[in-house]
Design a binder for this molecule. Structure first.
Ligand code: 5GP
Length: 243
């Protein structure tokens, strides 16, 4: 009897330990590796430190995500960001691939991303591995070049369909990426051409939206790229402007 009780207590304790570990580090299904187009940050958020934003896709973050809610997990418990773990060569690499394009404070940007997202997958990638993997993902495919080779280059008025932009990236990576867009603040709200004599519909969609981010998805261990599930990141059927 005593043996049975002690075995049961051990099992309960082991389960409690496992449960606490999962809750503190966060559980996730896959990674979203998010790269952003800095000029769009500067258009949609008025503060940008440099007068001319970088003209290359740079890292926004590597986000452990759940299929049921890709915005989760976030802000998990776990080790806080430690600047000393960004050793000199890594710092040099990240300054190229992962700059703070809004206020120029790179370290604070990395700290925010690690504390909000990276800590949730600490059981897979510790802080150093998280930033090393992110930089390696950035170097594996050059989105700016892929789009340029498909004649998709920044233009003030030209627009593309969602699939025009996804296709060349899919061909190069053999995996389906996800696009994320932002509303274009330069566009009046009710843009859709109306039949003669009719007033604009209050909820008519805009004529175009700005390309902001390209997302690659990776399986749980952050090594193998997989297809992203299409979740709404851009408005369906609305052309995309790349400026
Ligand atoms: P998340 O916190 O989910 O990773 O991303 C959303 C936030 O990231 C937004 O508040 C946005 O302002 C911020 N963000 C995106 N790019 C940059 C950047 O280059 N620098 C800074 N400081 N924040 C950024």
């Amino acid at each position: 009897m005593a043996m049975l009780i002690s075995s049961l207590s051990f099992l309960v304790l082991a389960f409690a330990f496992f449960f606490c570990h999962v809750m503190s580090s966060g559980s996730y299904d896959y990674f979203q590796f998010v790269q952003q187009w800095p000029p769009t940050n500067c258009i949609v958020r008025t503060k940008c430190s440099k007068p001319r934003p970088l003209q290359i896709f740079t890292i926004h973050g590597l986000w452990p995500s759940n299929y049921s809610n890709p915005k989760k997990p976030s802000n998990c418990n776990g080790s806080k960001f430690e600047d000393r773990k960004v050793y000199p060569q890594l710092r040099k690499d990240l300054k190229k691939s992962w700059p703070d394009v809004e206020s120029g404070n790179d370290t604070r940007f990395w700290e925010g991303e690690w504390n909000k997202h990276g800590r949730c997958s600490e059981q897979t990638l510790n802080q150093m591995q998280y930033f090393e993997r992110s930089h390696a993902m950035w170097t594996s495919f050059n989105i700016t070049e892929i789009l340029k080779n498909a004649s998709i280059v920044p233009h003030p008025t030209q627009t593309w369909t969602y699939s025009d932009i996804v296709s060349p990236i899919k061909t190069a990576t053999k995996r389906t990426p996800l696009l994320r867009c932002k509303p274009d603040p330069a566009q009046p709200k009710n843009q859709r051409p109306q039949p003669k004599g009719q007033r604009p519909q209050p909820n008519s969609p805009p004529q175009s939206q700005l390309l902001h981010e390209v997302v690659f998805c990776y399986e749980f261990n952050a090594l193998k790229q997989i297809d992203c599930n299409r979740t709404p990141g851009c408005i369906n059927q609305v052309n995309i402007s790349f400026q």
